[in-house]
Design a protein around this ligand. Sequence first.
Ligand code: DGY
Length: 322
Amino acid sequence: MTASRPVVFVTRKLPDAVEDRLRRDYEPRLNRDDRVYGPDQLIEGARGAIAILTCATDPWPAPQIQRLPDEVRALATFSVGVEHIDLGAARARGITVTNTPDVLTEATADIAMLCLLGAARRAFEAEALIRTGRWAGWRPTQLLGLELAGAVLGIVGMGRIGQAVARRARGFGMHIHYCNRRRLPPEVEQGAWFHHTLASLLPQARFLSLHCPAGPETHQLINRETLELLPRGAVLVNTARGSLIDDEAVLDALASGQLFAAGFDVYAGEPNLHPGYRTRRNCFLLPHLGSATIETRNAMGFRCLDNLDAVLAGRAAPDARN
Ligand code: DGY
């Protein structure tokens, strides 16, 4: 007789390699159709499970965590962001929350550059011209965009992803300015210009890219007031979280020319983004693809499993967040 293996409730469909490892080491309760579970289904799925492998699409506010069965010991989120989980409520229930830092840094920084270039070089309008059969040939004044070389890129939040974006942007000849809670040491700063406040950074930033975590302190930090501080015709990039920006204010700035363009990968209320974006031509919009490479999504899954292995073996989880 084989001893029964611990049940792990997996809330979304994961890459095959990750599900294979889950099958090897656990009794996984998989979500084969990748349906988004509601609050009751999340609690139902957790019955008899010792751990939950969740995603940023599953909200875990305190009341939901309080409903979890007593056996649940770990909540591993397949994301670096943990804003969808009430960490204090989980701690109070003795549930370890873990996330997936590091492994998605490079993929997410790539997507930030794609958003930056897509917005600056009018990629949406350009593609639409071809796909709708309206391209009549090369013209000296067709779809003129903005040059990255020589321009200032302002980075809000100079953590791992912000630094990876800075490395890439330097390769494009951009000058890096940044605003962060702490100034970075010179070997990390690499000549980037530090600003104590957003108000000091914004007037310098022809391009602005957001890389700070979501939370009460950063809620709608890009709003009517802060947009006015940018140079006229700036480009705004958001690959962090939609809650960082006030959509109405950004749409007005895109209409008035205060913003030349925006490049977004994330939205408030995903997947129901503000409908105003769909009809604006000076937006380059992606459906939350930051970490979406085969390599990174596998690595995120393995990182979740390393954390679950540790918690369930009574060891400290490498990425415990609470
Ligand atoms: C993350 O890891 O936080 C990504 O945005 C996926 O949710």
